[in-house]
Design a protein around this ligand. Sequence first.
Ligand code: NDP
Length: 289
Amino acid sequence: MSATLIDGKARAAALRAEVATGVAAFVAAHGRQPGLTVVLVGDDPASAVYVGSKGKATREAGMISGEHRLPASTSEADLLALVTRLNRDPEVDGILVQMPLPAHIDSDRVIAVIDPAKDVDGLHPINTGLLVSGRPGLVPCTPSGCLMLIEDAIGTIAGAEAVVIGRSILVGKPMAALLLNKSATVTIAHSRTRDLAAHVTRADIVVAAVGIPGMVQGEWIKPGACVIDVGINRIALPDGKSRLVGDVDFDSAVTRAGWITPVPGGVGPMTIACLLANTLSAATARAAT
Ligand code: NDP
């Protein structure tokens, strides 16, 4: 048996097209484009690439892309002042502060200052609380995209056994909350979990968000399960080149799973598409108040 590959690239393209249609309707109704502003502090090359691709995708969806690139020496007070200005700017619907921030800045404090209505990363404690309460709010983009891929693959989530490996605020915890809100029976595994294999073996849905290349073994996977690999790990090859791999040992898992996301081309493209969807939702919600 070989799993059906989940095509995150195609699903993300469809979602981006849906957002672009929604943006056109928003412009017709409100006479302005929704706006997403990204703040980057420092010159981390990977972050700079992410910010560049977010800006391009924002413009392609018909929205206004704002960017503030600040030096690594920026003080926390100056960053908080900028976020406060963006909170007040009526043209800005979404604010994303690119993580990680330099060590001298307290990222929790920065996130807490973002207006929850503009928090398109879904990391503000108010949005976290809304998610856990099962109420509408802005949901972190990566788990939101994973949920779409799972629903497309298996249809009904209610009653399924789900194992989420990883408990970060960005991926694992919101993923578990989303699955619980869909009435899955959810187990959250982490670095202190005893016998991870025994948990994974029971799961109809496995979401791996760890950051360890190939740690989830194919033999752990329940035949027919839906396997979502969030991990993005760059590994060195003997020829001096490198390649991206996930947290799941793809070659062994693909022989047992019912559905599986490849890395790259699975979860990754959904993250930016969901960011655009969050920005349109934020703009629509703000326009209605
Ligand atoms: P974090 O480092 O914040 O969290 C990793 C989690 O994995 C922690 O909860 C940790 O447990 C757990 N963990 C570590 N070792 C083990 C182990 N041996 N067994 C079980 N659990 C373990 O990472 P993120 O959640 O931010 O990201 C996870 C992965 O997803 C990374 O590879 C990252 O690059 C990728 N990613 C991909 C995105 C995409 O768009 N595709 C977006 C965001 C992330 P503990 O809490 O106990 O330390």
